[in-house]
Design a protein around this ligand. Sequence first.
Ligand SMILES: *[C@@H]1O[C@H](CO)[C@@H](O)[C@H](O)[C@H]1NC(C)=O
Ligand SMILES: *[C@@H]1O[C@H](CO)[C@@H](O)[C@H](O)[C@H]1NC(C)=O
Ligand SMILES: *[C@@H]1O[C@H](CO)[C@@H](O)[C@H](O)[C@H]1NC(C)=O
Ligand SMILES: *[C@@H]1O[C@H](CO)[C@@H](O)[C@H](O)[C@H]1NC(C)=O
Ligand SMILES: *[C@@H]1O[C@H](CO)[C@@H](O)[C@H](O)[C@H]1NC(C)=O
Ligand SMILES: *[C@@H]1O[C@H](CO)[C@@H](O)[C@H](O)[C@H]1NC(C)=O
Ligand SMILES: *[C@@H]1O[C@H](CO)[C@@H](O)[C@H](O)[C@H]1NC(C)=O
Ligand SMILES: *[C@@H]1O[C@H](CO)[C@@H](O)[C@H](O)[C@H]1NC(C)=O
Ligand SMILES: *[C@@H]1O[C@H](CO)[C@@H](O)[C@H](O)[C@H]1NC(C)=O
Length: 889
Amino acid sequence: MEFLRLFFAVLFGFLSSSQLGISQVLDDRTILVEIGKEIGVSFWSLNNSDYCSWIGISCSLKNHSAVEKLDLSSHGLQGNVTLISELRALKWLDLSYNNFHGSIPREFGNLSELQVLDLSFNKFGSSIPVELGRLKNLKSLNLSNNFLTGIIPEELEGLEKLEEFQIYTNRMNGSIPEWLGNLTNLRTFTAYENELSGYVPDNLGSVSELQLLNVHSNQLEGSIPESIFANEKLEVLVLTQNRLNGMIPSSVGNCKGLSSIRIGNNKLTGNIPKEIGNITGLTYFEADNNLLSGEIVSEFAQCLNLTLLNLASNGFSGTIPPEFGQLSNLQELILSGNGLFGEIPNTILSCKNLNKLDLSSNRLNGSIPQEICSTSKLQYLLLSQNFIRGEIPHEIGNCIKLLELQLGSNYLTGNIPPEIGHMKNLQIALNLSSNHLRGQLPQELGKLDKLVALDLSNNLLTGNIPIALKGMLSLIEVNFSNNQLTGPIPTFVPFQKSPNSSFFGNKGLCGEPLSPSCGNLNGSGHVYYHHRVSYRIILTVIGSGLAVFVSVTIVVLLYMMRERQEEAGKGGGTTDDETTGKPVIIAGSVFVENLRQAIDFDAAVKATVKESNKLSVGTFSTVYRADMPSGMTLSVKKLRSMDKTLIHHQSKMIRELERLSKLTHANLIRPIGFVIYEDVALLLHQYFPNGTLAQFLHEFTKKQDYKPDWPTRLSIAIGVAEGLAFLHHVAIIHLDISSGNVLLDSNFNPLVGEVEISKLLDPSRGTASISAVAGSFGYIPPEYAYTMQVTAPGNVYSYGVVLLELLTTRIPVDEEFGEGIDLVKWVHGAPLRGETPEQILDAKLSTVSFAWRKEMLSTLKVALLCTDSTPAKRPKMKKVVEMLQEITQ
Ligand SMILES: *[C@@H]1O[C@H](CO)[C@@H](O)[C@H](O)[C@H]1NC(C)=O
Ligand SMILES: *[C@@H]1O[C@H](CO)[C@@H](O)[C@H](O)[C@H]1NC(C)=O
Ligand SMILES: *[C@@H]1O[C@H](CO)[C@@H](O)[C@H](O)[C@H]1NC(C)=O
Ligand SMILES: *[C@@H]1O[C@H](CO)[C@@H](O)[C@H](O)[C@H]1NC(C)=O
Ligand SMILES: *[C@@H]1O[C@H](CO)[C@@H](O)[C@H](O)[C@H]1NC(C)=O
Ligand SMILES: *[C@@H]1O[C@H](CO)[C@@H](O)[C@H](O)[C@H]1NC(C)=O
Ligand SMILES: *[C@@H]1O[C@H](CO)[C@@H](O)[C@H](O)[C@H]1NC(C)=O
Ligand SMILES: *[C@@H]1O[C@H](CO)[C@@H](O)[C@H](O)[C@H]1NC(C)=O
Ligand SMILES: *[C@@H]1O[C@H](CO)[C@@H](O)[C@H](O)[C@H]1NC(C)=O
């Protein structure tokens, strides 16, 4: 059969092009068929005689039997590619984005016609074969994103026609060869993310057409050679994250076409040459984290297209040139961490495109100009740690686009202006800490309903914390400490969830979390009243969609309270059994037939009374370990009183639980039963002795004897993704995805928990309380803050946070990230900070082997997609599973 098929295939090919050269017809066709078999090409229609029309193949126009172009990129192919070297007429070979591994075949050196060779984004290993130096016609060589090691071979010197040479993200060492500077046609050279050392050759750029030089994240030393700027062609220069020293050559001004200079994270010294102003087309200049000094040259102001200027963390002194006001395209001006003094020039504030102004950690004095935000699109205003005096101008209210305002550690005086409430977009942080601010907190702060972090600590603020602050619906972190505030702390979840240190140092404050109550001042009945009022406020603030279920919650709560009073009135008996103190079980059931004998409801209830049985505390529930008299161990989940509503819907709840118990997936925890007593619902589950993923990542991995293991983490990631993909498939949106809700069995298989909560508290059906839409801090997608709607893309975001935890071994919310920055922002901000993925990933894992590192980088890409701030851009859970599975292949 096989023989016949091949025979016919050959025959067809022969007939159709019999007028052309026969031997080549047989050759290229037979070779293609063999190549197809070797690397598993399934999309070629082998029975179609015209192989030149097969997908990815083009033949020569002059000689229609010769395969000239083979483009097999992005087909998930693997196998032995050596045979491709038999296609002797090949001019273009693109195998990028596949799974090819092993060495690059030496035989490719026989493809003497080859002009384009693209093997990027594969798993090719060992060193670059010297035979590639025989490809005299090669114009473009791309070997990026592989596992290549060794040096750039001497033999490539012969590639005189080379225009583009890309070898970024490999593990190549040695130095950048001298002969590269002799390649007269070279336009692009990228070798970033390798282990290259030594000097940048001092002839690089002198004779070539070099437009793009990108060698960031290597170990290059010495100075930036003048030659780079000798030709005027250079457009993009990236030398970030090396060990370069010396001064920036003044010849930089020769490169009129330079648009982007990135030389941050080196050891460069001296001034920035005034000639920088000659590069009129400069759009991007980033030289942060060096040892540069002197004044910031005003000549930058001649670069009218400049959009970013980042000189942070250097030794610059002097004042900020007022001429910068001419930079109408400037979007980011980052000068933090220098020794700048003088005032903030008013002119800068008139840069109409300015988006980020970071002048923090300098010695600036003067006051905040009234012109602030009069024309600008400012989103980030970071002025902390300076000597800024005077009052915060009322004009601060004009900053309606502001996302973050950092004014901490200055000498600001006066009141907090009420106009601060106009900054409706303020989200990331409002930090006025460590100043000399006085007076009362303005009610208007409560209008900042997107704000996540508020820090007013270390001031002289007086009066009560206004109840109106409960309008700050997105608040997560709050700090009022070390002021002169008085009165009760309003009942507001973000306040009570804060550590009591957030309120320390105010002699007059009382109530949770400082003290249980305010004594006579404020009865608990009052607190409860405010509690419900707060819901009403929320109700008016946010849209009608949410209002529906909030009001349902309130109605149900009131109804339940009345019902319980009536029950009590009937003469007890249904509640506590007074003689034994043992609660009376109202209902209970075990769904799994063969476990009925082994489970004792009384023992389950008793277990939840003992603190020592407590395993974890979640958003909706507390989980206890319960040892049954039968010897079986259960995990018992006690639902938070906030969600008592569901007990009211008992029969519905039982139906849902029973349905869920039949929903079998290897990565989902199923309920095996429930118990209801008084107003408490207990859900019974299997017990997993290895605890939660959160414990595994953040407690277990700290132990001495822990051996880091990436494959286990990746398989956990895939398991969780599969569980969630299945949930979405059956149209269940999870309410609280977090590493604390992923349990690990004895083989470290992950099981997603709290699934039933999602079903029982389905917010779209109006049975959830307001807290139900929140989820766990650090995992909440940004859009929930205003949509208040739990969605599948929202789940993908939370899952992305879990992925980031697996990659970084960091917790989602950590002070180490800095003010208002969570894990997601920290990771997404890495490129801007000039940090490499290595500084993000858990180095204990990423440095173990190159294969692990590679997989981690691929997983990082998936995590970044999942945590995209735009919900529509996030992949579906099913796609996430596919992407992760591809990584392991
Ligand atoms: C090639 O074979 C497939 C089945 O193997 C058939 O569906 C298709 O129509 C055939 N194409 C041609 C051009 O004969
Ligand atoms: C790949 O195939 C060629 C012949 O086509 C053979 O010489 C070579 O050994 C094979 N390589 C591997 C790694 O199997
Ligand atoms: C077609 O090209 C092949 C090699 O590329 C060559 O062997 C053959 O002679 C050419 N045929 C014609 C008709 O030019
Ligand atoms: C192709 O290259 C290999 C290794 O570089 C060499 O041994 C072989 O002789 C070459 N084949 C042909 C047909 O030129
Ligand atoms: C490889 O490099 C070439 C030349 O610079 C470029 O055109 C091509 O797009 C690159 N391939 C990939 C997959 O990025
Ligand atoms: C480059 O790395 C290889 C191992 O991959 C090592 O044997 C060699 O000595 C290194 N060469 C240089 C110049 O560092
Ligand atoms: C580069 O070219 C110059 C001048 O032609 C020559 O002197 C030098 O030896 C060449 N360098 C290399 C490494 O080939
Ligand atoms: C380049 O900059 C220097 C210093 O700012 C200036 O004196 C010189 O005139 C400029 N040259 C050109 C050609 O613009
Ligand atoms: C500035 O940017 C504009 C728009 O991109 C461009 O047309 C102009 O040529 C640039 N100016 C310089 C001096 O390069």
